[in-house]
Design a binder for this molecule. Structure first.
Ligand SMILES: Cc1ncc(COP(=O)(O)O)c(C=O)c1O
Length: 330
């Protein structure tokens, strides 16, 4: 990947003249069966550009209460897009399209009209859960019946593709906009893309410039992304197997149901554990295992290309000891 970056052909992407960025955008658009794509510095920017393109100021986005676009991203939809959000109950990938359909509000005097729906594939706070294809198809029907577009926060859509074998183009067909990240499981240092129609991407390009997200000789980063697409998608299955192994090792402590771990995220429910998140994170860090905190009693383990079998062995040794014996465990 470093070699690909070092030898990348570059140009000024602010003028659309970076051949490596253009090749990356074309390749990703094609993989999802869409007309165009736009390279962005982050998944947050790709998501927020999508929302600003789809939802007019004062309009409403419907998404789930645990969605990244409303839980994180610093309130950008409201702060920069003037977008109202209303959420259906957090359910990870267990979507209930009928609940969503019942929430849609039409335009009209006094109303906040629903302008778009958003789903997250895979679902981060839902423990990397994969939304089944049938549920996504049902969401498409809800969007069509409401006459609104469907956005997919596909930061980890590659994982869903590998876990369920659904072609990326099938996901692309069901969604009007898809954001994808190269910088997570795929292992590029930086970079995401927004995928959509040529008209929407042209608008997103203007909005990206307004946010200061237009970059110059950025082909060195696009080259890393192109390398990741070639070499790091199929290997995600290894990350999934390692996450499954972690979940099996931790299941006896009542913090995770292994059958729900489908991809590379293992969310630990510490509500009945001896340690809360802060204590577990600190004790694990001391013993060389890094854990993310999602809440006072909710933690997240992630496997990726820098975590090998020996790393998982280490976590399988350290974490059960901590969960069994509190912070004194060695
Ligand atoms: C589901 C999801 N969407 C979007 C993002 C935002 O990506 P970035 O950190 O590149 O802004 C993340 C980051 O973790 C994520 O998990």
């Amino acid at each position: 990947m470093r070699d690909a970056m070092a030898t990348a052909e570059v140009g000024d992407d602010v003028y659309g003249e970076d051949p490596t960025v253009r090749a990356l955008e074309a390749e990703v658009a094609e993989r999802f069966g869409h007309e165009a794509a736009l390279f962005t510095p982050s998944g947050t920017m790709a998501n927020q550009l999508a929302l600003q393109v789809l939802v007019p100021r004062g309009g409403e986005l419907l998404c789930d209460a645990d969605a990244h676009v409303v839980t994180y991203e610093s309130g950008a939809a409201a702060a920069y897009g003037g977008i109202s959000t209303r959420t259906w109950p957090a359910a990870g990938a267990d979507l209930d399209p009928e609940v969503v359909a019942a929430m849609v509000r039409p335009a009209g005097f006094h109303m906040v009209p629903t302008a778009a729906l958003a789903v997250e594939q895979t679902h981060l706070r839902g423990g990397g859960a994969v939304i089944p294809l049938a549920a996504l198809q049902a969401m498409r029907r809800v969007a069509d019946a409401a006459g609104v577009p469907l956005h997919c926060d596909g930061a980890r859509i590659w994982h869903a593709h590998v876990a369920d074998g659904v072609p990326l183009s099938e996901y692309g067909k069901l969604c009007d906009t898809v954001s994808v990240c190269l910088s997570k499981g795929l292992g590029a240092p930086v970079g995401s893309l927004l995928v959509s129609s040529a008209a929407r991407i042209a608008r997103a390009r203007e909005l990206r410039a307004r946010l200061g997200g237009a970059m110059r000789q950025v082909g060195i980063l696009a080259a890393a992304g192109r390398y990741a697409l070639r070499h790091h998608i199929d290997r995600l299955a290894d990350d999934h197997a390692r996450a499954a192994r972690l979940a099996e090792a931790l299941a006896p402590y009542g913090v995770v149901e292994p059958e729900r771990v489908r991809t590379n995220v293992v969310v630990l429910d510490l509500s009945k554990a001896a340690l809360d998140t802060a204590a577990l994170v600190a004790a694990a860090r001391e013993r060389g295992v890094l854990i993310g905190a999602l809440g006072p009693r909710l933690a997240r383990l992630v496997t990726h290309l820098d975590v090998d079998d020996a790393g998982v062995d280490r976590a399988c040794e350290v974490l059960p000891a901590l969960l069994a014996g509190g912070s004194a465990a060695r």
